[in-house]
Design a protein around this ligand. Structure first.
Ligand code: RRO
Length: 309
């Protein structure tokens, strides 16, 4: 028997696949489709204290090798997603991920205070890396600010929490951010968010409307960057911090590579947009096929065991 079960914090998941926050997880209908799919779990759309329409359209475009988006955090507001995860809790599901992305530190604190005081027993993914809000820098690229956020959060928050990071590209930056994260009781790190502020051109024109066409890049374009981030954080973070890999997952081979680099769970974004939730059964069976061909029976047989020359 080949198992692709995994553990994050003290939670067991029968399958190591889930959606990336933002993809097919904004409405009840989309969340129900994820629930009924063959993913191991799912995460809600990053939310803000108040509902948001997001940026003007076109704001998401499929590209030959991925996608570009400038959604601008459209979401139904914190109360909606808190109600949703609490309803799931009442039905006995405490394995959900709840993504929050306050527009200010104060708003993140307000949302986390309510979660702390609620019956929510799942995992919070604090998004420190949205690239698409005009005038708002990505927190994860400001090391002092990141430390300030974590210090404030962990001054009162006691439930399991992880952070969603932007991609890093410099060895010293990896070390700097890892040093900060290692100081706090963080349970997992999700890497990477889209590569921010890319520019895609067709027929002498940009392809998305917001921010003069600049937007977050996802899909095959970003896989090598995603794998580098998963690998570096696997090496640099405390061993009890799990890595959730995200970026460029189209095939079972891509899932396999994320795990080989050190991921305990793998998120699917662009390809989930393209194929909808049926992608999860395909990725699971393809991953099991690869494992079978290598005589691996569980993820621990190869997780983090990337060979070096
Ligand atoms: O909503 C978005 O524009 C968005 C978010 Br919050 C994010 O974290 N990453 C992304 O590519 N788009």
């Amino acid at each position: 028997m080949i198992s692709i079960e995994t553990t994050i914090f003290n939670k067991k998941f029968s399958n190591c696949l889930m959606n990336a926050s933002g993809v097919k997880c904004m409405t009840i209908e989309e969340l129900s489709n994820l629930k009924n799919s063959e993913s191991g779990t799912w995460i809600t759309k990053s939310c803000t204290l108040s509902p948001r329409e997001g940026n003007p359209s076109p704001r998401y475009v499929d590209l030959k090798l991925g996608s570009i988006n400038s959604m601008g955090l459209p979401n139904l507001g914190f109360e909606f997603y808190l109600d949703y995860v609490l309803t799931e809790h009442e039905m006995g599901n405490d394995n959900l991920f709840f993504s929050i992305a306050g527009l200010t530190l104060e708003n993140n604190i307000k949302m986390l205070t309510q979660i702390e005081n609620s019956d929510f027993q799942g995992l919070v993914e604090l998004n420190l890396s949205c690239p698409n809000i005009p005038g708002k820098p990505q927190t994860g690229y400001d090391f002092e600010r990141t430390e300030e956020v974590l210090k404030k959060v962990f001054s009162f928050y006691t439930k399991p929490l992880g952070v969603k990071l932007p991609p890093y590209f410099d060895m010293v930056h990896f070390e700097m951010i890892a040093e900060i994260i290692n100081k706090y009781p963080i349970q997992f790190v999700t890497c990477i968010n889209s590569i921010g502020n890319a520019l895609y051109i067709e027929d002498e024109s940009v392809v998305i409307k917001p921010k003069s066409g600049f937007g977050g890049l996802g899909g095959a374009y970003v896989k090598p960057t995603a794998l580098a981030n998963v690998r570096m954080f696997y090496k640099l973070l405390r061993k009890n911090i799990s890595i959730i890999g995200c970026g460029g997952v189209e095939t079972g081979r891509d899932v396999f590579e994320h795990i080989l680099c050190g991921a305990s769970m793998v998120q699917v974004g662009t390809q989930l947009m393209k194929d909808d939730v049926k992608i999860f059964s395909k990725l699971s069976s393809d991953l099991k096929e690869i494992m079978k061909s290598k005589n691996y029976t569980s993820l621990s047989d190869f997780k983090g065991k990337l060979k070096e020359l």
